[in-house]
Design a protein around this ligand. Sequence first.
Ligand code: GLC
Length: 536
Amino acid sequence: MSNWWKHGIVYQVYPRSFQDADGDGVGDLAGITDRLPYLADLGVDAVWISPIYPSPMADFGYDVADYTGVHELFGTLDDADQLIESAHDLGLKVILDYVVNHSSHQHPWFQESRSSRDNPKRDWYFWKDPGPDGGPPTNWVSRFGGGSAWEFDEQTGQYYLHTYLAEQPDLNWGNADLRRAMLDVLRFWMDRGVDGFRVDVAYRAMVAPQWRDNPPNPDWQEGMDPYRKLQETYTKNLPDAHVVGRMLRDVVDEYDDRVLIGEVTLPVDRLMAFYGENADEYHLPFNFNLIHSDWTADSVREHVDDYEQHVPTTGWPNYVLGNHDQHRFASRVGPEQARVGHMLLLTLRGTPTIYYGDELGMPDGRIPPEMVQDPWELKTPGLGLGRDPARTPMQWSKAPHAGFCPPDAEPWLPVGPDANVINVEVQQQEASSMLSLTKRLIALRRENPALHAGPYRSFDTPEGVFAYARQSPEDDTDRFLIALNFTAETQTWALPDGLHGTVEASARYGRRDDTVRGILALRPNDGLVIRVDHAP
Ligand code: GLC
């Protein structure tokens, strides 16, 4: 077992937005294949692609109508094979999204299931009689918009459950035939050479739900996501999710060297359970800690320390700064701190995931109201929940549409207004660009096991500074010190007595090869990766 995913870096591609090869304004598999050399050159190890399957696109592919096909917008199965082959030729792995909790209402399974109460696939989804008052069976609400999570179906007089949109009916993992069919999907893609899966909302899968009302959330206030009005006592993080996690892992383990990543949005203590009691669930339950932390040195240190303390010895850590569901990292923390954040991401122990465009510091795009696409924003406008801003086209060059699609095509979401400055072509030519910084950090990380695999230890530092040591996993021959300034003022920190070292990378650029000892002065919004030459 090479466990490539332990030292590797995952790069997330949102397929609609990466590269449009056929000129319809929507990205596609051939486009991704064309851009694989860019990813290989960047130095990442794996590309995770959000759903590529046939879908009515009610939730942009997270509503799957055929788990073993490719949406015609994205290409064909041949294009998928071609992508996998080209990736492997370049030494890149391919990870697909696996939507475990729900299918599309247009999936033939659901079409059959809804056709009659005695259809053999009836039980592949959750159908229930109306509650005593004739309304929905429970008070559960939909994740998007906060309306009922139950949809009444006239034809058979029952409700079906949809945790997300009514177009996304929940799958019943308690049904053995459904399980077999869904597990075969994993085999189908692994047989084609896919190296792993990112399991969508892995903490929600249900086997045998208790049909009980969720209690109200006392912390909910007007202006908050209406979905949060209720707690989720009976709808998430149930033991069921672990039953499903183990099933998926068993199948993934039938093959060599594959990775199972779980999307698990839970606090650290509960997140840890998704490694599995016997390390038999997810290799990497996604850690969204840094997304949920305040962006201050104190808070980030606390989150990293806490996470490090919790990760079981049989588990492997991982970190995420952004994805297709969050506002862009550079917009959340500002462009200067985005550089500091990537220095952090790429010098922590474990597997980092980079969201496409974040290596350039791409900020949120601006979406005029008439161009809003995301169903979440459409259902609850104006609360800042919409995800379109983080899904705008990848910015490749100064060409029309930032090189994302041909000049005469119209991109499905508008290209960011800053694409003339924030793009791959421009940043590749500037030694001080965010892209050059990201590449430098990735290269350092690859060359030095201390940075990807070695132990982590944080220091007590003045406010505004977060500093930690990394050293080689087997011995302490190779040591690094990372010092990050989370503020817009100069900060100083007295290095441990007698310690001196050489700067390998600076977040703001320009300090490489500086020697440091004594009092370390960090420029505003700067961070340093220091190779320790001598330590007491
Ligand atoms: C996950 C996806 C998100 C999707 C939802 C429903 O959270 O990341 O994009 O809308 O699941 O599948």
